[in-house]
Design a binder for this molecule. Structure first.
Ligand code: CU
Length: 160
């Protein structure tokens, strides 16, 4: 092999190695771009951020209920269940629809972590807000008309 042939062969070999290196580098770049894209897509998934949910609640009574015979009040809530998702902000409008001189009613939750106790007089109403930040089933009740006047607040896990 002459020295010029050796140089040419060496040159070709060096060129081939360079091209191979460039190809490998490009493929690494491409892979990392794909990884970045995947990361981006994952972080783009929407998580439930909660909604404002409004409720209109009042006192009511069980028709034909004999308080003396039953040994408990005839009073109940107009809604025995309120269901929301964790992350929701509840707005509860609570009405006492008694005639003047009638009973007081309360909306009370002492099941932790919720802590609320509001009394409304006959003919009056109030609006409460409650951040549903803990899942579970929680009892709401009227302190004046237990055990009939009560309901369940259901806070479900977020839908997505
Ligand atoms: Cu009551």
């Amino acid at each position: 092999m002459s020295s010029s042939t050796t140089i040419i062969t060496l040159g070709i070999a060096i060129a081939a190695i360079t091209i191979a290196l460039i190809a490998v580098t490009m493929s690494i770049t491409t892979t990392s771009q794909a990884t970045n894209q995947n990361t981006l897509q994952t972080s783009n998934i929407q998580h439930y951020t909660g909604e404002k949910r409004e409720f209109w609640l009042s006192d009511s009574e069980i028709p034909g209920f004999n308080e003396t015979q039953m040994g408990m009040p005839k009073d109940i809530y107009s809604m025995p269940v309120m269901a929301v998702f964790k992350g929701d902000k509840m707005v509860i409008h609570f009405f006492n629809i008694e005639q003047p001189g009638g009973d007081n009613h309360s909306f009370t939750i002492f099941d932790k972590p919720y802590n609320i106790n509001v009394v409304v007089h006959p003919g009056e109403n109030t609006t409460m807000t409650l951040d549903a930040n803990t899942t579970g089933v929680f009892t709401y009740y009227c302190t004046f008309h237990y055990p009939t006047m009560r309901g369940q607040l259901i806070v479900q896990p977020p839908p997505y």
